[in-house]
Design a protein around this ligand. Sequence first.
Ligand code: HEM
Length: 180
Amino acid sequence: MVIKKKVFNVMLCTVVALYCSGATAAGSYDHAVEENGIKMFWKVADDELHVKVTAETSGWVGVGFNPTEQMKGANYIVGYVKNGEVVLHDDFGDGKWNHSEDTALGGTDDFTIVGGHETDGHTTLEFSFPLDSGDDYDGGIDPQGRTVVLLAYGGKRDSLRAMHRYRTTLTVNLATGRRE
Ligand code: HEM
């Protein structure tokens, strides 16, 4: 299991607000995709994926990887910012239209919170996670191959039980950033 931090106090981000802003952080990522109010930046570094996801919502924002059927089978990293704190979950698609925490299914939390903030109705989360955590509820990612990426965000509620306001499915090569 890698370092897990469910809650990260974003006071740090206030102090280094510039670092956490899109303009500066974008520079530390290699690739980006954008669809309808949600944007994911990423970088493959060693055996980890570093991600920044930002969406036009004060509720939850999430990414998912490699579903087998609709939402099922995907590894999800979803979260929100509440009272200045980032809350992040490592979930698994345990149904076609459902996801549950890995830990509730017998797996482990596999992510590291890097930062996050909620500003002007936009929520931004930054985190990293292993390409191959070894957890049955994560699945592995081959950055050289085709990766199916799910992007979604909710409405105003800071609740991961709330349905998405927008969701989309993309296929990308994470190493090159090319959309397929
Ligand atoms: C409580 C949270 C969630 C609920 C209740 C939920 C429920 C559903 C339902 C009922 C559908 C079918 C209706 C539709 O197509 O809109 C759906 C589809 C979908 N959801 Fe979710 N979802 C949740 C979270 C997420 C998250 C976190 C993501 C990705 C980060 C996501 C990605 C998708 C995608 C890509 C589809 C379309 C799948 C397809 O038809 O191929 N969902 N979801």
